[in-house]
Design a protein around this ligand. Structure first.
Ligand SMILES: [Ca+2]
Length: 231
C-alpha cells in the first residue's frame, strides 16, 4: 500500500511538472501580434530600415492583418505620446473608426479555454482629446462568440482588455463552425478627435481541465484520504 502511494505521488508530480511546462509553452495563435510587419510605407516618413529611435514611421498597414473602414495604419509613437513607450516592439496600429482583424488557421475545439487580450492606448497628442474606445471581439466563422468594450486607459498610457471563451462540455454540434477570427473595433471617427491605438494582441488556447489542475485536484484528494486514515 505504501509503495503504491509513492508511485501515485511520483506520477502526479510528473503530471504537475509536465502540465506546468505545457502551459508555459502555449503559443499565440495570431501572427505578428504587435503590428511590426509593414506594407505600404507612406511617403514622407522614415523607412523601416532606419533606426527606430522614435523617428516617425508610418505605413498603410500590416501584412498579417486586414483593415476596413475609417482611417488607420501603423505608426511608432514617440515617448511624447506614450511616456512608458508601447507594450510590444516599436509599432502600434492606429484606428480612427473601423476595424482591424485577423483570421487564424484554427477552428473552435470542445473542452478548450480561449483567452483573448489586447492593449489599447490613449495617446497624449495635440488634437487628440479623447479615447476612441472600441471593442475586442472573438468570432468563429460568422458567429460572434464574445466581445468586450475596451478598457479606457489614462491619457498617455495603454490599458489591457481581455476576455475568455470556454467550450467545456460543448458537443461537436454546439461548436460554431469556421476559423477563429479576432476583430479590434475602434469607435473613433475618421478625422475626429478620438483615436484608438492597438498593440500586443494575444489569442491563447488551453485544453481544460489542464493536466496541472487535474494533478492538483488528485493531490488534494490524496491528502484528505491520508488525513482521514490518520484520524
Ligand atoms: Ca508593437
Amino acid at each position: 500500500m505504501k509503495r503504491s502511494l509513492v508511485v501515485l505521488v511520483a506520477t502526479l508530480a510528473v503530471l504537475l511538472v509536465g502540465g506546468a511546462s505545457a502551459q508555459d509553452e502555449r503559443v499565440n495563435l495570431l501572427a505578428d501580434p504587435g503590428f511590426e510587419k509593414l506594407f505600404g510605407l507612406n511617403s514622407g516618413f522614415a523607412s523601416p530600415g532606419a533606426a527606430w529611435g522614435y523617428t516617425q514611421v508610418e505605413s498603410a498597414g500590416c501584412v498579417e492583418w486586414t483593415w476596413s473602414g475609417g482611417t488607420m495604419g501603423i505608426t511608432n509613437p514617440s515617448t511624447g505620446f506614450y511616456v512608458k513607450g508601447v507594450p510590444e516592439g516599436h509599432l502600434v496600429a492606429y484606428v480612427w473608426g473601423g476595424e482591424v482583424s485577423q483570421v487564424v488557421d484554427v477552428v473552435l475545439e470542445a473542452n478548450t479555454r480561449y483567452e483573448l487580450s489586447v492593449w489599447a492606448g490613449y495617446r497624449e497628442q495635440s488634437g487628440v482629446n479623447s479615447f476612441g474606445g472600441g471593442l475586442l471581439q472573438l468570432w468563429a466563422g460568422d458567429t460572434l462568440l464574445d466581445e468586450k468594450a475596451l478598457t479606457v486607459p489614462e491619457r498617455g498610457y495603454f490599458a489591457l482588455t481581455d476576455l475568455t471563451y470556454d467550450t467545456t462540455g460543448f458537443g461537436i454540434s454546439d461548436l460554431p463552425a469556421g476559423n477563429l477570427k479576432v476583430v479590434l473595433v475602434s469607435h473613433g471617427i475618421a478625422g475626429g478627435v478620438a483615436c484608438t491605438d492597438f498593440d500586443n494582441v494575444k489569442l491563447l488556447a488551453t485544453p481544460v481541465p489542464e493536466p496541472a489542475t487535474m494533478a492538483l485536484l488528485a493531490l488534494g484528494g490524496l491528502a484528505m484520504l491520508r488525513r482521514r486514515k490518520a484520524a
